[in-house]
Ligand binder design. Structure first.
Ligand SMILES: Nc1ncnc2c1ncn2[C@@H]1O[C@H](COP(=O)(O)OP(=O)(O)O)[C@@H](O)[C@H]1O
Ligand SMILES: [Mg+2]
Length: 330
């Protein structure tokens, strides 16, 4: 199973929505998918299941969520207990998010330096999120896992990124999001190096350590935050800077002069503003590209639905080929 995460320390750039739609498109292409909601805000879970269902999940004991999975480990009375995932659609399993996951942040912070002392529990805690996703992935025979994380450089995200083979950076054409792009590369490098250092000191363990690959595949231009009627020129200026800023952030050689996002190999795609399709999709608990007239996608919306299908299909296929997910699997 290959694991993919969408990461930018700026919120609201469309990470969760993109992860959700990619997960559904991977399944549409025939792959088995795990959606893992590792953001304590649990937005991905809210997109996948109704509020009533989420409330029911959170009321169960033990909680079949990512927090339930680490609760005994956190209390020091056991190890991870990966949950039975929520069946969201054909071939899609959700590891439900949980507001309580934020209580795990302190433990993750404290155990991180202790890995340097070859402390076994430190490795159990630090790799807990990886092991939950890997376990659910192997039980469901998943080909791909999409990990959704919050917009910060905290210890939960560090533990989530260690579990990620590949990283995509969604970027909106605004100052904050571009600043986020600048920050992501150095942070990934730091986490990768620090994990390699720790992994090399691990004692004998009865589980496999994540490789901490965190390979950046590129960026996706998120245009939905461009306000209608705003100064289009200003947005275009930010977009024109993306190839340079991405390369600087990741320490890559500078691009050929005059390269724009459309011809940039690191630009994985440009996400449109799908406007009213997005709230319709959230209401129907379906991806935008599967909306039917019965969901409210009538008239001109059907053309937009078909276009969205092609947009996400192209992006998903591009990602699968860059992640080297074998063609036969899809
Ligand atoms: N391509 C898009 N078209 C229209 N609206 C979008 C699109 N992507 C995201 N949104 C909306 O933008 C808001 C932020 O998206 P979200 O995925 O939650 O971002 P993040 O996870 O980065 O905080 C949400 O209200 C979402 O519905
Ligand atoms: Mg989000």
């Amino acid at each position: 199973m290959k694991t993919l995460t969408l990461f930018n320390n700026k919120g609201g750039v469309g990470k969760t929505s993109l992860g959700y739609h990619l997960g559904f498109m991977f399944a549409e292409l025939g792959l088995r998918v795990v959606l893992a909601d590792l953001d304590p805000q649990a937005n991905l879970s809210t997109m996948c299941v109704t509020e009533d269902r989420l409330e029911a999940i959170w009321a169960l004991k033990p909680r079949p969520t990512v927090f339930g999975a680490v609760e005994r480990l956190k209390r020091g009375v056991g190890d991870v207990d990966p949950p039975v995932p929520e069946n969201v659609a054909a071939r899609i399993s959700l590891v439900a998010g949980d507001l309580q996951l934020s209580e795990f942040e302190d433990d993750l912070s404290q155990q991180w330096p202790k890995c340097l002392d070859r402390d076994e529990r430190a490795f159990r805690v630090t790799t807990a999120l990886h092991r939950v996703v890997a376990d659910v992935g192997s039980r469901t025979g998943a080909d791909v896992a999409v990990l959704d994380v919050g917009p910060n450089f905290g210890a939960i995200n560090r533990a989530a990124l260690i579990a990620a083979d590949f990283v995509i950076v969604p970027v909106a054409p605004d100052l904050f999001s571009m600043q986020g792009l600048e920050n992501v590369g150095p942070r990934l490098k730091m986490w990768r190096d620090h994990w390699a250092d720790r992994g090399g000191r691990a004692p004998a363990l009865d589980f496999e350590l994540p490789r901490g690959r965190m390979e950046p595949l590129g960026y996706v231009v998120a245009r939905h935050s461009v306000f209608a009627g705003g100064a289009v020129k200003a947005f275009q200026r930010w977009i024109d800077r993306m190839p340079t800023v991405y390369r600087q952030s990741l320490g890559l050689p500078p691009q050929a002069t005059g390269l724009d996002v459309a011809s940039d190999e690191y630009c994985l795609g440009q996400l449109k503003d799908y406007r009213s399709l997005m709230p319709m999709a959230q209401e129907a608990k379906k991806p935008m590209f599967l909306l039917k007239p019965g969901d409210g996608a009538i008239g001109g919306h059907q053309g937009a639905v078909r276009q969205a299908y092609l947009d996400f299909k192209n992006l998903a296929a591009e990602l699968l080929s860059r992640m080297n997910v074998q063609r036969g699997a899809w």
